[in-house]
Design a protein around this ligand. Sequence first.
Ligand code: DAH
Length: 338
Amino acid sequence: MEDENIVEEATAEAEKATSSRALYEAKMKFLGRTGKVTALLKGMRDIAAERRPAFGKRVNELREKLEALFASFEEKVKAREMREKLAGERIDVTMPGRRSARGALHPVTRVSGELIDIFAGMGFEVFEGPEIESDYYNFTALNTPADHPARDMQDTFYLTDEFLLRTQTSAGQIRYLEKKKPPVKMLSPGRVFRSDDDATHSPMFHQMEGLVIDEGITLCDLKGMLDEFARTMFSATSKTRLRPSYFPFTEPSVEVDVSCAACGGKGCPLCKGTGWIEVLGAGMVNRRVLENCGVDPDRFSGFAFGMGIERIAMLKYGIGHIRSFTENDVRFLAEFKD
Ligand code: DAH
């Protein structure tokens, strides 16, 4: 009879529904506000009073049947949907991960670290002075008074009449000697500033200063230490040579060359055919500088040296232009990964 048709129809509709939503819509066709079973119930009022209880019972049974029917389909559909959802969210833990880019130390940081390692190994202590320096520490105490022609060797950025951006880490020698009395072995890295700009000069660059003061220190000690530095920094067969030079804070003063690591000293374009490359300035600390720091120059002597860190990095890694250090080109920086 009619009820069986409705059950059959509902079963067919439920079977067609492939999602919870479609199943719900199918269910509403029968049990919703405008659904077929609801319509039957609404039709009760047209039925003769004595037949109403039997009719009501029948429709209620039909409703219960359909509710059970849809409930069982709902369970199946929900279970399937859950399986599909879990399958879609499954993580393959054996899949290779995405690599994140790893940085590298900047070549200046790297060379600076290597220099500190070399000299710390010889007993030097690291000391950092300020970048804004007074005229006194940067020049006057280093035996370079206001009218001294050597001030023209460096184009200075003055902040006021008294303060400037330090042009050399040599200022650290004075500050250190004011605090520590000989014997001392000091190494002072840092940024320095000069009004200068071309392929090998930059208005900001880094220097590494060294200072050794004790009784009986001679130029031979400087030479021996430099040879050790060159062998560790450049190559096991590197040699150094001293050429006479001039700095107000040293006497005698020397310019130090290292044998060209690219050609082994035979002569090549890097060393302009000479077999030697200039790497730093040095000398025996001028008596006046020792006196300025309250150190007795008749008892103590010492040597000092100062090198450009970018210059050392350029030589070591064959870098052509000093601007490469500040351009932050990732392709350049990536070459310094270990
Ligand atoms: N301060 C010098 C410069 O900037 C380098 C230098 C030369 C430092 C001789 C020294 C030294 O300590 O003894 O060119």
